[in-house]
Write a protein that binds this ligand. Structure first.
Ligand code: SAM
Ligand code: SF4
Length: 482
């Protein structure tokens, strides 16, 4: 599937969306320029958001985006290191890019993002596949690195920064329906989950100037966008100190400020960390109609011993307490999770604890993975990856099956209810249908009716549901106050 150019069809916003992996970022522009860049992105939303920063820097240099690999002067791949599979995919793609390069000498190939630091020597020296290797904090250096590469030098900058937030760079919105957009509010991560490579590849946590975030949200709203998703590895630890008066802005306060940009602008955020999500955040969500009632709260495992080995710094009871607080303070809230199965030494009973958590927490959906050992992480150094692959796969299968049932039930319970839906565009299957999401982040498809267009809010009555999608029809008589 990665050997052809994926299209922009069927975009859904997820933390890690398998459908989006390898998506080619592209936007029609009226800009003038004779050089073209092609960019393919892998991994989490943060990476997709970074590709928009890179695109903005390149467009400042006169590059235009293209989705045609073979006509590009610069081919970029924004990489992910979170699981081994993602890395393998990138290697395969680099071989394809190399063939293009041979046919069209002068084409430059660059590796961006999380794989840059770890594999810079391999890419440049051993495999000779790439001209540029640029880490996630070094995108401002692209003009210099590119100039060097055009003169035949290999350009490498993988330095991580304690300050870089790209606050002043207005991203070139490539993943563009003109309705929903991502805003990075912080970078890096200071947690040390033992399985995770992110703190090594993306560096220390830093929060972006809140005024630049609000300005970006306002500008998007003025341009017709109706939803922003605030992105960070752990949004609950957002903390920005105003250098002028030393006042500190926390995540709850930031959420409130973004929600106040306009009642017509929906606000989402991802990812919340169970150890850090506060009641103050939950009350802020409850107070504002336009802050969506949906929290992505990765559990990783339902068992306290495994959570301790994962260094998640919470246990099963703590997690359950947070879920209870969410449902108490925001009763209509939907919760989703990330789950890793087959972590080092996980027993069958401990696996059962993860299954029971899925039922108990009543997740609307989950992103589910089997454990993939990553070089350099605490788990790789200290723990044995001792669960056989067939056991990991079987446990994952059980988790996926149960989550599908729980999601189906969750969605079936919505039949007969009316939701306010932000129309995002045509449904994947038919031009006669719209798709949009409700506050709980559930995708709803419904027949088009005249007078409605993408970017409009519309009340939709749910008439049917699968485990992934709600099906409905526009409810013109619905009174939101009824
Ligand atoms: N910062 C977010 C958090 O703490 O929940 C998640 C960031 S990570 C990019 C996304 C998800 O990938 C994690 O929540 C975890 O479930 C999964 N993941 C990370 N490292 C993994 C590994 N070594 N093997 C399998 N899954 C992994
Ligand atoms: Fe990785 Fe944990 Fe940081 Fe998430 S919170 S990015 S899982 S170290």
């Amino acid at each position: 599937m990665y050997d052809s150019n994926p299209t922009l069809q069927g975009i859904r916003k997820k933390v890690i969306d398998e459908e989006k992996q390898g998506e080619v970022f592209f936007k029609e522009t009226n800009g003038k320029g004779d050089k073209h860049f092609y960019i393919e992105s892998y991994g989490c939303q943060m990476n997709f958001s970074d590709s928009e920063i890179v695109a903005s820097i390149l467009s400042g240099m006169g590059f235009l985006p293209t989705r045609d690999l073979e006509s590009a002067d610069l081919i970029l791949i924004n990489t992910c290191s979170v699981r081994e599979k993602a890395e393998e995919t990138v290697r395969k793609r680099l071989r394809i890019f190399d063939q293009v390069k041979r046919k069209r000498p002068g084409t430059l190939v660059g590796v961006l993002g999380c794989m840059a630091e770890r594999l810079k020597h391999k890419f440049i020296e051993q495999e000779k596949l790439v001209d540029l290797v640029v880490g996630p904090d070094a995108y401002r250096d692209l003009p210099t690195l590119l100039a060097g590469a055009e003169d035949g030098e290999k350009g490498v900058n993988v330095l991580l920064s304690r300050e870089e937030t790209y606050a002043d760079i207005s991203p070139l919105r490539l993943d563009d329906n003109g309705i929903t957009a991502f805003i990075s509010i912080m970078r890096g991560c200071d947690n040390m989950c033992s399985f995770c490579v992110v703190p090594f590849t993306r560096g220390r946590e830093r929060s972006r100037d809140c005024f630049s975030i609000i300005a970006e949200a306002k500008e998007l709203f003025e341009r017709g966008y109706r939803e922003v998703t605030l992105l960070g590895q752990n949004v609950d630890s957002y903390k920005w100190t105003n250098p002028e008066n030393d006042t500190v802005v926390n995540f709850a306060q930031l959420l409130e400020m973004v929600a106040q940009v306009d009642p017509g602008l929906r606000v989402r955020f991802s990812t919340s960390h169970p150890k850090d999500i506060t009641d103050e955040v939950l009350y802020t969500i409850a107070r504002h109609e336009n802050i969506c009632k949906y929290i992505h709260l990765p559990v990783q495992s339902g068992n306290s011993r495994v959570l301790a080995l994962m260094n998640r710094t919470y246990n099963r009871e703590w997690y359950m307490n947070r879920v209870e607080a969410i449902y108490r303070i925001i009763p209509e809230c939907a919760i989703s999770a990330d789950i890793i199965t087959g972590f080092c030494t996980e027993t069958e009973e401990e696996h059962q604890d993860t299954l029971s958590m899925i039922e108990w927490a009543n997740y609307s959906m989950s992103y589910m993975f089997f454990y993939s050992e990553r070089p350099g992480t605490m788990a790789a150094r200290k723990l044995k990856d001792d669960i056989p692959m067939e056991v990991k796969k079987r446990r994952l299968q059980e988790i996926v099956q149960l989550q599908n049932q729980v999601s189906f039930r969750h969605n079936q319970a919505d039949i007969g209810k009316c939701f306010k839906v932000l129309i995002e565009g045509d449904s994947k299957k038919s031009e006669l249908e719209f798709k949009g999401r409700n506050t709980q982040n559930k995708m709803i498809v419904f027949p088009k009716e005249s007078g409605y267009k993408p970017g409009d809010y519309v009340w939709v009555k749910v008439t049917d549901a699968t485990s992934a999608t709600l099906i409905g029809e526009i409810e013109k008589t619905h009174s939101p106050d009824a």
